[in-house]
Design a protein around this ligand. Structure first.
Ligand SMILES: [Zn+2]
Ligand SMILES: [Zn+2]
Length: 132
C-alpha cells in the first residue's frame, strides 16, 4: 500500500510504501512547539520506503539527550513533513496529520507523558504510556 503525505500548500510531498514500522504520540515541549498543538503524532517508515518530492528546508536541533534531530519543512508554507533523529537510524518520521487521513493506523505508544496536557488522553488501541 502506498500512502501520500503533503505539506499544507501541497508542493512538498512524501510517498510511503507499506504500513508504518510504528506510530507514536509525543507530548514533549519540542513537539508542542513544532506542531503548535498540544502533542505530536508521527509514523515511522524505513528510509528506503519513503520518497520525498519537492523543495524543502532543514532545521536541525539537539535533543535533551544530546542527539541530533533533523526536520524537513516546506520553505513556502512551513509545514514539517519529515524528520529523522540519531536515536532512530534507518527510519524517517512523517507527522500523521500530513496524511490527512482519519483512518490512519492507530498509535502504539505515547511518550513524554510527564509533559502531557491535563485534558489529553490517548486511547484507541494498546498504548504504551512512557514518561520520557
Ligand atoms: Zn508547502
Ligand atoms: Zn516530542
Amino acid at each position: 500500500m502506498m500512502r501520500q503525505a503533503a505539506c499544507r500548500c501541497g508542493e512538498l510531498k512524501i510517498r510511503c510504501e507499506g504500513d508504518p514500522v510504528r506510530v507514536s504520540v509525543c507530548h514533549c515541549l519540542e513537539c508542542q512547539r513544532r506542531t503548535g498543538s498540544a502533542f505530536g503524532v508521527q509514523a515511522r517508515f524505513a528510509t528506503a520506503d519513503v520518497t520525498i518530492e519537492g523543495d524543502f528546508s532543514i532545521y536541525e536541533r539537539t535533543s535533551d539527550r544530546g542527539r541530533w534531530a533533523r526536520y524537513r519543512f516546506c520553505p513556502k508554507c512551513g509545514s514539517t513533513v519529515a524528520y529523522e533523529n540519531e536515536d532512530a537510524s534507518g527510519l524517517i518520521a512523517v507527522p500523521v496529520g500530513a496524511f490527512a487521513d482519519p483512518n490512519f493506523p492507530l498509535p502504539q505508544s505515547s511518550g513524554y507523558e510527564r509533559r502531557r496536557h491535563r485534558w489529553v488522553s490517548i486511547v484507541g488501541g494498546h498504548i504504551d504510556h512512557l514518561q520520557s
